[in-house]
Design a protein around this ligand. Structure first.
Ligand code: GLV
Length: 300
């Protein structure tokens, strides 16, 4: 009987599917990620792993676990995995594309509205007992109707966000293409949303120079990976008012400690990486992870 280890508790649909297909499935009993040493230990006696982005599937791990048929990531992004080494060693790598597109585009859409309309500072006013009157000049934000949305990473999630923004607010949507002049692309955007995978090429794709090219009223949304933005440059720009606001579902590092200065800015909304966190998406991710494993064993 083939054994599968799941590094975190997940919705049970995929686990049931694997069990129905005759796999033995072991699920980590910890409510937090395993340490690298714990993961190494667990991997020894199994044939396949369902892991999360918190598990580092690095060269050392792969070289010590060449018996694994497949490691499938409970995420679409695979930046936690040394893909080159896995390919060299013949260990298959899986992920969960498509099924989380809608959920992640929804989070980007939500962050765009929340950042444009000052949800953070407005909520703080209410929570702190500072809501005394209707404020004719309070919490003024920017309307989205007819505004320009630029998307870096115009793939599944970026395009879906574009459809939502166009459908709801008639936004003019532009996708950045490799080779386009970045400054030209950025200079008259009202909202920039980033959806690229994290690679050496996309690290800090938005940095000091790019932020400086944007309008003072611009909003930046990031639901990709923290490192696609130079977070220090973003912090300075938000603090000085060089851009209007930001909505971040991802940060550097994750988790972002509560003492981090970004939390002190009223014009940034930070979510704890919940892009795919709908019942629908996580159920589908559970099933797709199981199917990745079933297919890997069918193929050879
Ligand atoms: C989430 O960030 C994912 O890559 O699925």
């Amino acid at each position: 009987m083939k054994k599968v280890f799941v590094t975190r508790k997940i919705l049970p649909d995929g686990i049931e599917l694997l069990r129905n297909k005759g796999f033995e499935v072991l699920v980590s009993s910890k409510d937090e990620p395993l340490t690298p040493a714990e993961l190494m230990e667990k991997a020894k006696n199994v044939d396949a792993i369902i892991c999360t982005m918190a598990d580092s599937i690095n060269k050392e791990f792969l070289e010590k676990n060449t018996h694994l048929k497949i490691i499938t990531n409970y995420a679409v992004g695979t930046n936690n995995t040394d893909m080159e080494t896995a390919a060299k060693l013949g260990i298959k790598i899986g992920n969960t594309p498509d099924v989380l597109t809608e959920a992640t585009a929804e989070i980007a859409f939500g962050l765009m509205i929340a950042a444009a309309r000052n949800f953070r500072s407005a909520m703080q006013t209410a929570e702190r007992g500072e809501w005394k009157h209707f404020e004719p000049l309070g919490h003024l934000g920017h309307a989205l109707l007819g505004k320009k949305l630029g998307v870096i990473g115009y793939g599944r999630i970026g395009q879906r966000l574009g459809e939502m923004a166009h459908g709801a607010f008639k936004m003019e949507v532009r996708g950045y293409k490799r080779g386009d002049d970045m400054n030209e692309f950025l200079k008259d955007l009202d909202v920039l949303s980033i959806h690229v995978p994290l690679t050496p090429e996309t690290k800090h794709i938005v940095g000091i120079k790019e932020i400086a090219a944007m309008k003072k009223t611009a909003i930046i949304v990031n639901t990709a990976r923290g490192d696609v933005i130079d977070q220090d440059a973003l912090y300075e720009a938000l603090k000085s008012g060089a851009i209007f606001s930001a909505g971040l579902d991802v940060t550097t590092p994750e988790p972002l400690v509560p003492t981090h200065p970004l939390y002190n800015l009223p014009n940034v909304i930070i979510l704890p990486h919940i892009g795919s966190a709908t019942y629908e998406a996580r159920r589908a991710m559970s099933i797709l992870s199981a199917e990745n494993i079933i297919n890997a064993f069918l193929i050879d």
